[in-house]
Ligand binder design. Structure first.
Ligand SMILES: *Cc1c(COP(=O)(O)O)cnc(C)c1O
Length: 465
């Protein structure tokens, strides 16, 4: 009884709490009345807990910590930065590619004021928003013409809806893929109004299968990059050259959905399993589409490149208006693409390519640094180690590519590894990790240098009771 009275008496008052440095800073971001309300609420809850006999957990610094956490939640936007410690470079749930410095700057600059988004500065007349990236896309890919829409799913829909509405499109059964659970080739095709004609089997399709399926209703031959899986072993697919030849003979365009927009060869780094956009165009494919935020490493976008006759038709399709991209996307994409003009340098300046090609020494160095920082911050309450492991490209790209890395692993002592992972996601700077063999695994590949100390702070908050 005495204990309860003492605890209640020792609870700080609202004014006293407002004077605390950690709480005071919230007054700059939140209305005073709101901060006071949150403090009152937490104090009320605390009193109730004390009265119900819970005497051991409420020291006043813990009350302050609880208030701080409640206020923190309210200063955060719903969409916020997180630290991706999973080592999955293009994690669709974590926003896929992040932007290079020049792309970030380009967006910053364009959103601060008005722009010539659809205004031709030479003529003083209306211009086209697509003109800003068309030349550079053609220069890089070797295509005649280009168009950018909201994402690659939209691009595929626009191509099919323009070139094959109410007509037949021939595609191999081995390429009827589902990507990330929300993009299924058959579903997108029916949504576009094109009729799917499947040929061949899951593992073997020959060019003769396509030829035999052609009727007077056929509008298009489709090739889909099976981004997130590979059929290996006893397999055959028609080559791009075979499809192009057949298309020419029959007067049918060939469209390839490449998925990832891979624009630069990375053989030197052992990345051999992804076709480039340039190769597709060079092989004579008429229309190619790909994402802006996969291996290209730019903003979310769907990019269509190919023969002018076909791209012009898409530009005129009213659907294009519904799929159009915002000025922020165009600014980011233009800056990202310009970096590709220097194919040596882009591997360092484009974050996606830089992470993909990060060498083992650098990864080891980063892992050592992170482990050292964690050791210093966490005392002896956890066991830390460096272990070999693998990162992933993600985003349906390079499914078989092995990307060796060094993981910093951590076994929490007081809480389970699942609880620790959940608390890290809920930290004021959320950290997303993998759990491997009952350990938290931090992959330094996807943790930027600036994020290291933030990650350590979040881990410290979670692990220290
Ligand atoms: C990822 C992917 C898509 C979908 O692209 P989004 O940009 O996510 O809309 C379509 N086709 C293939 C082959 C893909 O890999």
């Amino acid at each position: 009884m005495e204990d309860k009275k003492n605890l209640l008496r020792n609870l700080p008052g609202v004014d006293k709490i407002l004077e605390q440095k950690e709480i005071k800073t919230f007054l700059e971001k939140l209305p005073r009345s709101y901060v006071v309300e949150v403090i009152r609420q937490i104090l009320d809850e605390t009193r109730k807990e004390i009265l119900s006999g819970n005497l051991n957990i409420f020291k006043s610094d813990q009350v302050i910590r609880k208030i701080k956490k409640a206020l923190d939640k309210n200063t955060h936007r719903s969409l916020q930065r997180v630290i991706n410690a999973t080592g999955i470079i293009l994690h669709t749930n974590l926003g896929r590619a992040f932007l290079s410095e020049s792309a970030q700057a380009a967006v910053q600059n364009i959103i601060k004021g008005y722009s010539n988004l659809e205004f031709n500065l030479q003529t003083g007349k209306r211009g086209s928003r697509y003109s800003h990236v068309e030349d550079i896309l053609c220069k890089i890919t070797g295509a005649e013409s280009a168009l950018v829409v909201n994402n690659n799913a939209a691009a595929v829909m626009l191509v099919l809806g323009t070139l094959a509405k109410d007509r037949e499109v021939i595609v191999s059964r081995g390429q009827l893929v589902e990507i990330g659970g929300s993009f299924r080739v058959p579903d997108v095709m029916s949504a576009s109004g094109a009729k799917l004609v499947e040929v061949g089997t899951t593992n073997k399709t020959y060019i003769s299968d396509y030829e035999n399926a052609i009727t007077e209703n056929t509008a298009l031959l489709l090739k889909v990059h099976t981004s997130n899986f590979r059929v290996v072993g006893f397999t055959n697919e028609a080559t791009s050259e075979e499809l192009v030849n057949l298309g020419r003979r029959k007067g049918l365009p060939v469209f390839e959905d490449l998925g990832s927009g891979f624009l630069v060869e990375l053989f030197k780094w052992g990345i051999t399993d992804e076709p480039t956009v340039q190769q597709s165009i060079k092989s004579g494919i008429d229309v190619v589409s790909f994402s802006g935020d996969k291996l290209l490493g730019g903003p979310q976008a769907g990019i269509i490149v190919g023969k002018k006759v076909y791209v012009d038709k898409m530009k005129k399709n009213p659907l294009t208006r519904a799929l159009r991209v915002d000025k922020m996307t165009i600014a980011a994409l233009e800056a990202t693409l310009w970096e590709y003009l220097d194919s040596e340098k882009v591997v360092r300046t484009n974050p996606t390519l830089a992470l993909l090609t990060m060498d083992k020494e650098k990864l080891h160095e980063k892992a050592l640094k992170l482990k050292g920082m964690l050791e210093e911050a966490l005392e002896s309450s956890v066991s830390l180690a460096i272990e070999k492991g693998f990162s992933k490209a993600g985003g349906g790209s390079l499914p078989l590519q092995e990307l060796p890395t060094y993981l910093v692993t951590l076994v929490p002592q007081e809480i389970t590894v699942e609880t620790a992972a959940a608390k890290l996601r809920d930290a004021s700077i959320p950290v997303v990790t993998r759990i491997i063999d009952d350990k938290l695994a931090f992959d330094p590949r996807t943790i930027t240098d600036e994020e290291m100390s933030l990650l350590v702070q979040s881990v410290k908050d979670v692990i220290t009771p």
